[in-house]
Design a protein around this ligand. Structure first.
Ligand code: NAD
Ligand code: TYD
Length: 350
């Protein structure tokens, strides 16, 4: 199979590409990535020389380019992860999310529709989405595959729109597709603009930890390698035209998570207990901040037999160890454009 993975140099994509390259030596894996600030080929250094891996630098918004690579490589499967992925950036610049997440997705759908028009046998378009499309939960309840879409941020609105396009292409053009909606991921290679890696970096540098609002917001955290395993299963075993919710039944209020992370970091850095917690600083809330996300992952568990392989504490320990052992990676991604971003986002509130 010639398999196109988009966004493979990013956080989740790099784990998906590595898994596919290693587990399916008979597939040719094409990793298409624009290498935005979030894409980093360092993430794939260990597999870049494998004969079944090829990197394609390109933009999913560039329609002519997307058609050209479909023509050239005859993809039979697509796992689409390329996206603008950070809520705070989407609040500052919604249009770039419209371009990549909506127009980019429609370009890929159009190319798949065109090149698979004669035979859909064995073809599959897998769209990787997020639980944020469902909006926010109150104190109780879980998102299921039939929960109505109700996005609140420009990021989640753009992902919701792309999900709708995928479904519409399935109905209108009979494009064979699957969608998954996953909860918050964490783990190695996570870009330090998101909560967990940002706070790990700030603790190392003894910088303030900016907790939005009262810190009582709840997220449902999944170790990235478990998400990659779920994606492999859904791609190979999921039913056409179905959605699978992915999550670890692992809800944490931000403030409790941050305190746990502080304890782990104190121990690993051999600092006096309680020193990282002193860095916690409550800052102005994110506008439109969703109170709570939580996934009901029973469908993927029952139908495909998937469940997470690590507990949150194990995953967090592994994650912290990875960041402490990869300080060069952290230094390289937090130089340059990152500093401007950080100053713009946080200088006023800290
Ligand atoms: P990321 O921001 O780390 O990586 C995105 C990748 O896409 C980067 O390598 C970037 O260079 C590439 N990219 C961006 N714009 C592009 C374009 N126009 N053309 C080609 N490549 C482009 O994101 P992530 O956290 O790895 O998320 C991957 C996917 O999973 C996204 O679709 C996201 O919505 C979804 N998702 C993420 C999470 C999470 O917690 N991070 C949870 C559920 C779903
Ligand atoms: P984030 O990692 O940006 O993921 P998402 O917004 O997609 O869930 O944020 C996770 C939670 O942490 C969210 O409730 C916002 C909060 N947060 C902070 O309190 N401070 C920060 O500096 C960041 C980046 C996030």
């Amino acid at each position: 199979m010639n398999l196109l993975v988009t966004g493979g140099a990013g956080f989740i994509g790099s784990h998906v590409v590595r898994g596919m390259v290693k587990n399916y030596p008979n597939y040719n894996i094409f990793n298409l990535d624009k290498l935005t600030y979030a894409g980093n080929l360092e993430n794939l250094k260990d597999i870049e020389k494998r004969p079944n891996y090829k990197f394609l630098k390109g933009d999913i918004v560039d329609e002519a380019y997307i058609f050209k690579i479909f023509e050239e490589y005859n993809f039979e499967g697509v796992i689409h992860l390329a996206a603008e992925s950070h809520v705070d950036r989407s609040i500052k610049d919604p249009l770039s999310f419209v371009r990549t997440n909506i127009i980019g997705t429609v370009n890929l759908l159009n190319a798949a529709r065109q090149y698979w028009r004669n035979s859909k046998e064995g073809k599959r378009f897998y769209h990787v989405s997020t639980d944020e499309v469902y909006g926010t939960l109150g104190e109780s309840g879980l998102f299921t595959e039939t929960t109505s879409y109700d996005p609140n941020s420009p990021y989640s609105a753009s992902k919701a729109s792309s999900d709708h396009f995928v479904r519409a292409y399935g109905e209108t053009y009979k494009l064979p597709y699957v969608v998954s909606n996953c909860s918050n991921n964490y783990g190695p290679n996570h870009f330090p603009e998101k909560l967990i890696p940002l706070f790990i970096n700030n603790i190392i540098e003894k910088k303030p930890l900016p907790v939005y609002g009262d810190g009582k917001y709840t997220r449902d955290w999944l170790f990235v390698e478990d998400h990659a395993t779920a994606i492999d299963l859904v791609f190979h075993k999921g039913k056409n035209h179905e959605t699978y919710n992915i999550g670890g039944f692992n809800e944490w209020q931000n403030i409790d998570l941050v305190k746990l992370l502080c304890q782990i970091m104190d121990r690993k850095l051999e600092r006096p207990s309680g020193s990282s917690e002193k860095l916690i600083t409550y800052v102005k809330d994110r506008p439109g901040h969703d109170l709570r996300y939580a996934i009901d992952a029973n469908k993927i568990n029952k139908e495909l037999g998937w469940k997470p392989s690590v507990t949150f504490k194990q995953g967090l320990e592994k994650t912290v160890d990875w960041f402490l052992q990869n300080k060069e990676w952290l230094a390289s991604v937090t130089s340059g454009e990152y500093q401007d971003y950080y100053n713009k986002m946080y200088s006023k509130s800290l």
